[in-house]
Design a protein around this ligand. Sequence first.
Ligand code: ATP
Ligand code: MG
Length: 202
Amino acid sequence: MNQRTERATKSGRRVGVFGGTFDPPHIGHLVAAIDAQQELDLDVVLLVVANVPWQKLGQREISSAEDRLAMVRAAVDDRPGIEVSEAEIARGGHSYTADTLAGMRADRPADDLFVILGNDAAAGFATWERHEEVAELATLVVVDRPGTPTPIDDGFDWTRIDIPELEISSTELRQRVSEGRSIDYLTPPAVVTCIAERGLYV
Ligand code: ATP
Ligand code: MG
């Protein structure tokens, strides 16, 4: 039994919680998830697909939870250590990370939880519903996205991990699809197929 398995057995798993709208998922998300997993020695990183991303309401039309879940499943495939969580979709309603973490804590009290955020999301952390509860239940991990450095709320303890800064966003992928431009290599081939089959973003 290696050290990590031994620790995991004794004290629960180390679990990364990487939430998002994932409309669509792209390699920026996947590289962040994989690097967080390796850097922090996490047993698993959960890509938690938001049911209703309430902070994005009214800004644009959001693909259905079902479509976004299918794309995230296609993106992850069976890569060990990265899993898709349907917890927020199953719960329904607006998606609050505080509820998601509370549910995980109730299910597996011994797990160590790590919430992973891009710096843009971290900058808005104080606007999250019951964010103090999030900070109590999990270690906050921030990864940088390219662009102007975004100040993050220094009222909280952030763990920063270095990842390759990939200047990719779902917004850009949606735009490219709508213009008939390729998204090959910006997201795994299975996601490209899923988008085409479901006729998304056209
Ligand atoms: P949109 O452009 O629609 O806002 P997005 O690319 O920002 O999409 P989200 O689903 O909004 O993706 O983001 C989910 C999480 O992933 C957030 O914490 C966000 O900061 C992070 N993230 C998104 N893209 C990257 C990237 N290229 N590198 C690192 N983190 C990222
Ligand atoms: Mg975003």
